[in-house]
Design a protein around this ligand. Structure first.
Ligand code: DGY
Length: 723
């Protein structure tokens, strides 16, 4: 594990340990001194990587305070830390409800139900699953009870769209989404009890917190709940704030999916949960999607209208898997635009909570602009399941970069990354840990020879038997690539993976194989110019790797077959070419693979005559190798090759493979640079290369000024196959 990431994973762990209270972890000591509902879900996911006991305890202590009707409270108060938060139990008065739990002090509202999703992660990440099982058995009926409460008490139209009745229930307390509805509430000072905010006395600036106007609404709604004795039917009749939002409903769907998996583990039936999932998913698609907006909106139950406001919650159906593929590509256009910090835009952090181009966007104010780690984290999962891998990786990058550079803050400035709100915030630390483990600490991801299972197989000539489709001329490699791209697009699953098994028996693949058979008659001397050679061989490399994966049935990683890159071959004319021949022998001008002492082609190898004369280091970012860290498949054309390689390099340098940390005088870069150091011209060459392609002005300036003091760390190369 790279040193800087390792150091910050341990700092993140110590944030959680420091924030421990009696049986749970508080979000932060300055602002939130009790147990919070969805915070505990995220926190348990962080613990699941290093302390299963605490991960379990976190959820257990929250669910012990579950209400008799199934509601899981937003806050469980610590009786011995009362006095520094508002509103506390004396204000909530939940004892007027027959459902409030005995022996626990809680608030009278709930929050987004991330808990089944979190519980499943705790189980999956635990080393000793049998030990976690009894907890699972205990938690399962409680999770069901929570979901059932939502579908019976919070589902006014019966269509599976679950409504919240207080902005705090949304998790995005002062989101601009609520402005219009809240401002219809007439509040006079006689209607409001006297109260004193404590959050602005905690050392966090007023500008970062909700306004006083918003607090009046918060309090007004609590008064209404108390009058209704927290009776849901009564509240449904009276409450002016009744909203079904995409964030809450997407999280519920993700948790319904997890709950089905938990049922499966416990061998329980899950028909009811499946119906919940389908009902909500359909209503999210049909009712919450705004075509005009290209985003999902919240729905106002009172006026039966969408609240068209451009917040990050509108992308959350990606997390719940509830956007149709069309809706997903439409919202992706907006998500990946200047409004929310586009890929390779430079000079910004993604995903801000509110469209940065709006007049009332606020850099530092709570849910009205800053970047939140939990939203990024859920969207990272969502983007991945819809196949937007590059963007998902960009989010992972920022989930790690922001805390490493600026500390474990509650939220961050989307322009310069400055941290806001409370310091040492638990879910930031927890999701940092989860992302670091998921992105950079995967098992077996050690690059070189390593511990991966070795499958020794014979040379496989992938184009030896099929009849040829008779294609001639230099465009053959592009035709092959075109066919592979279509096949991949067709067999992309909604989880963002490729169904290689179905490809293998498809007509499309059979047709593709006929094109590859034409290679046997291809005359390599047709490739004259350097540009023609570069485009031909890069495209060929990218197709042979995909073809090899399909043909060999390699499941998890191309590393599973240590000889994959030497044994898979295409016959071209008289010769057989493996991916290693193409990469090291031809494109890198016959150099050695990083862990081998000798050049790819020996002195007498006749294939040497096809080698390029000079390596172009940019090819490393154009060669796709069936691994996540490699670039997505693109066409390379003889006429456009320079620009195309420029783009490939630029995309890579501005991705999660390069992390610049000026505060530590450090740069973390992909192992590719370590392995192919000579292609780049050594340390100086690597840094010049990065400087040339980096899009963030401050980082370029930092690289310019740092000189020899700069420390370089290497991020491991992720060999897992994007199946
Ligand atoms: C707050 O800001 O105090 C809210 O309770 C957060 O849920």
């Amino acid at each position: 594990m790279e040193e800087t990431i390792k150091k910050h994973v341990s700092l993140a762990k110590s944030v959680l340990v420091k924030n421990r209270s009696s049986g749970y972890t508080i979000p932060s000591s300055s602002l939130y001194p009790h147990q919070w509902n969805w915070d505990s879900g995220f926190i348990s996911i962080g613990y699941s990587h290093f302390d299963t006991g605490w991960a379990v305890r976190e959820l257990e202590s929250l669910f012990k305070a579950q209400w008799a009707n199934g509601m899981l409270p937003q806050i469980v108060f610590n009786k011995s830390s009362l006095g520094s938060y508002f509103p506390e139990p004396d204000f909530w008065n939940t004892e007027v409800s027959p459902h409030a739990p005995e022996g626990y002090l809680t608030s009278g509202i709930t929050m987004p139900p991330i808990h089944a999703f979190a519980a499943l992660s705790v189980f999956e990440n635990s080393r000793d699953k049998e030990k976690v099982k009894p907890f699972f058995v205990w938690l399962y009926p409680r999770l069901l009870k929570l979901h059932r409460y939502l579908y019976t008490e919070r589902n006014p139209d019966g269509n599976g769209l679950i409504c919240i009745r207080h902005p705090w229930e949304s998790g995005m307390d002062n989101s601009p989404s609520w402005d219009r509805v809240l401002r219809t509430i007439e509040i006079s000072s006689e209607k409001l009890p006297a109260y004193r905010r404590k959050d602005t006395e905690s050392g966090v600036s007023h500008d970062m917190r909700p306004s006083n106007e918003y607090y009046d609404y918060f309090v007004f709604l609590i008064e209404l709940f108390k009058k209704s004795r927290y009776d849901e039917k009564e509240i449904m009749k009276e409450c002016p704030f009744l909203i079904c939002g995409p964030l809450f409903n997407a999280i519920l769907c993700a948790s319904n999916e997890a709950l089905m998996q938990i049922s499966d583990i416990l061998k329980e039936p899950y028909r009811e949960i499946e119906q919940w999932y389908q009902l909500t998913a359909k209503s999210v698609q049909d009712t919450l999607y705004s075509h005009e907006h290209g985003i999902f909106d919240a729905y106002d139950m009172r006026t039966k209208r969408l609240l068209k406001v451009e917040t990050a919650s509108g992308f959350m159906p990606l997390f719940g898997g509830t956007a149709t593929p069309r809706q997903a590509s439409r919202i992706y256009e907006y998500l990946d635009s200047k409004s929310f910090c586009a890929l390779h835009q430079g000079n910004c952090f993604t995903i801000p909570s509110y469209d940065t181009q709006k007049e009332d966007f606020k850099r530092e104010n709570y849910w009205r602009g800053p970047v939140w780690i939990n939203i990024n984290w859920m969207l990272m999962h969502g983007l991945r399941r819809y196949g937007f891998i590059q963007k998902a990786d960009a989010l992972a990058h920022h989930i790690l970069e922001l805390p490493i550079r600026f500390g474990f803050y509650e939220y961050y400035d989307s322009v310069d990354g400055r941290g806001y709100g409370s310091k040492d915030f638990s879910w930031t630390a927890a999701l940092f840990i989860d992302t670091a483990y998921g992105t950079y600490l995967k098992k077996g991801a050690d690059g070189g020879s390593g511990i991966a299972k070795r499958i020794l197989f014979r040379n496989i000539v992938l184009n030896s038997t099929e009849e040829s489709s008779g294609i001639e001329g230099t465009t053959i490699s592009q035709k092959m690539l075109g066919a592979i791209r279509e096949i991949k697009a067709r067999y992309y699953t909604s989880r963002g993976t490729v169904d290689y098994a179905s490809i293998k028996t498809s007509d499309e693949y059979r047709e593709y194989k006929k094109i590859t058979a034409s290679l046997r008659d291809f005359d390599l001397s047709l490739l004259q110019s350097r540009n023609e050679k570069l485009a031909f061989w890069i495209n060929l490399y990218n197709t042979i790797v995909v073809d090899g994966i399909i043909a060999s049935g390699v499941q998890d990683s191309v590393r599973e077959s240590a000889r994959f890159f030497t044994k898979m071959k295409y016959r071209i004319g008289k010769y057989h070419f493996s991916p290693d021949d193409i990469e090291h022998g031809i494109l890198r001008a016959n150099r050695r693979k990083h862990y081998r002492p000798w050049s790819q082609f020996g002195p007498l190898n006749p294939k040497k005559k096809f080698s390029l004369t000079e390596p172009d280091p940019r090819i490393h970012f154009a060669l796709v190798c069936g691994s996540r860290s490699c670039a997505p498949i693109k066409y390379y054309t003889p006429d456009g090759i320079d620009e195309e390689l420029h783009m490939a390099a630029q995309n890579f340098i501005n991705s999660s493979e390069v992390m610049i940390i000026p505060e530590e005088n450090r740069i973390l870069i992909s192992q590719i640079f370590q392995w192919y150091r000579d292609d780049f011209g050594g340390r100086r060459g690597i840094l010049d290369f990065i400087k040339k392609y980096i899009l963030n002005d401050d980082k370029r300036k930092f690289l310019d000024e740092s000189g020899n003091k700069l420390k370089i760390g290497y991020l491991f190369y992720d060999w897992s196959l994007n199946k």
